[in-house]
Design a protein around this ligand. Structure first.
Ligand code: SF4
Length: 96
């Protein structure tokens, strides 16, 4: 993991530099397990919780800015955040 790290689902860590959007984090009420599942496990429940979270946009922005590579942040899985970082896929016809 690189960048500034908030351990535990974005989520439940307590520190002096804790971002204010964590006060809105629904995951702080549910625990980290949903958000950092074992490899191959579903992240559906975590993403459903994120959909209702008022801190979602700030959480996603934080994860992208800090290159958070693991877990669900802002309603997106690791792969979804990676795709967002890389931008839209280019078709062969677009490369000419
Ligand atoms: S968007 Fe999801 S991961 Fe981010 S703070 Fe809210 S519940 Fe937690």
């Amino acid at each position: 993991m690189t960048g500034k790290t908030i351990t535990q689902a974005p989520h439940t860590g307590a520190s002096d530099d804790r971002p204010s959007w964590l006060d809105l984090a629904l995951c702080a009420q549910t625990g980290a397990a949903f958000f950092f599942p074992e490899p191959g496990s579903s992240v559906r429940e975590a993403k459903q919780i994120c959909q209702a979270c008022e801190g979602r946009a700030a959480c996603l922005e934080y994860a992208l800015a800090n290159d958070e590579r693991f877990g669900v942040w802002g309603g997106l899985s690791e792969k979804e955040r990676d795709r967002l970082r890389r931008g839209p896929a280019r078709r062969p016809a677009d490369r000419a």
